[in-house]
Design a protein around this ligand. Structure first.
Ligand code: PDD
Length: 276
């Protein structure tokens, strides 16, 4: 198994981390997760655009060209013979003695690895339970940073309560999942939080919104309160790794159940048609 360190493919066991990497001390870096279908990375342009936007928002320069980045990722997928799986890649701000104040003089450190795909059949068909809890994250959730403590804490809390995902609310307004976006369906209309600083604008979310509109569903991107969950017909989460997973039940601060509805199933089918 190979990984990429900076601009080189090396065996995973030869990889090293510098103790003075700001990613290690401060979580000072950004990442992307891209799905690989039939050996090719899906929605690569959109993921690269979001990566550049995250880097830009954090004042981290791109260490090498966009073309080089794409080429490196393709070569890793090929080297590890990934047919269906994920590729993870990140840039940290780089290596310098620990100091909150960064100098703008370090060279960003690039790392990438691949993973085989998990079997999604069960969760896509039968759905998941989710845990409603407080959104304890910072106010720049639009940046796909590797600093994920809030996400990590609520994911553990969800799992300890036998739920697959945490659904978050900030003072009563639903934002998103710990590693996914949330959609509700009511009378065939889709509802989801707008792409503000309070959520990560998922690539899957954006694809679903386009897809839904092209198939004449209305999509409302507005903040909505927690109790709307009780009135929705259907609910689902979306992300690169799960694509679309229906929600069976909400637990925690509010309890409610959903049927696995027609709109969710229709969007699942249409999403599959987008894939290579
Ligand atoms: N997570 N919101 C959050 C907080 C996320 O971490 C993710 C993705 C999403 C969905 O984004 P996308 O559709 O672009 O994957 C929304 C990735 C998969 C992860 O951290 O593993």
């Amino acid at each position: 198994e190979y990984i990429i360190q900076n601009e080189t493919l090396i065996p995973k066991k030869e990889a090293t981390v510098n103790l003075d990497d700001r990613g290690y001390y401060f979580g000072d870096g950004v990442y992307e997760v891209v799905k690989v279908y039939d050996g090719s990375p899906f929605a690569m342009d959109e993921h690269i655009a979001r990566l550049l936007s995250s880097l830009n928002k954090l004042d981290i320069p791109l260490a090498f060209s966009k073309e080089k980045l794409v080429e490196l990722i393709h070569s890793l997928i090929e080297k590890n013979s990934i047919e269906n799986g994920l590729v993870y890649f990140q840039f940290t701000r780089g290596v310098e003695p620990r100091n909150h104040l960064y100098t703008r003089e370090s060279t960003p450190v690039f790392t990438a690895f691949t993973q085989a795909a998990q079997n999604l059949e069960d969760i896509q068909k039968n759905g998941i339970d989710v845990w409603l809890t407080d959104d304890i994250r910072w106010l720049r959730c639009d940046i796909k940073t590797i600093n994920l403590l809030g996400n990590v804490m609520v994911k553990r809390e969800a799992s300890d309560n036998n739920c697959h995902e945490a659904i978050l609310h900030r003072s009563g307004t639903i934002t998103e999942g710990s590693s996914s976006n949330l959609f509700l369906v009511k009378d065939k209309v889709l509802y989801t939080h707008p792409a503000t600083n309070l959520i990560l604008n998922g690539i899957t979310r954006q694809l679903i919104i386009d897809l839904a509109k092209r198939h004449n569903y209305s999509v409302v991107e507005e903040p909505f309160p927690v109790d709307v969950l009780e009135h929705a017909d259907e609910a689902f989460i979306s992300s690169t790794s799960v694509e679309i997973a229906p929600i069976k039940a909400v637990k925690g601060q509010l309890s409610t159940t959903f049927e696995i509805g027609q709109v969710t199933q229709d969007l699942q089918l249409k999403f599959k048609e987008l894939l290579p």
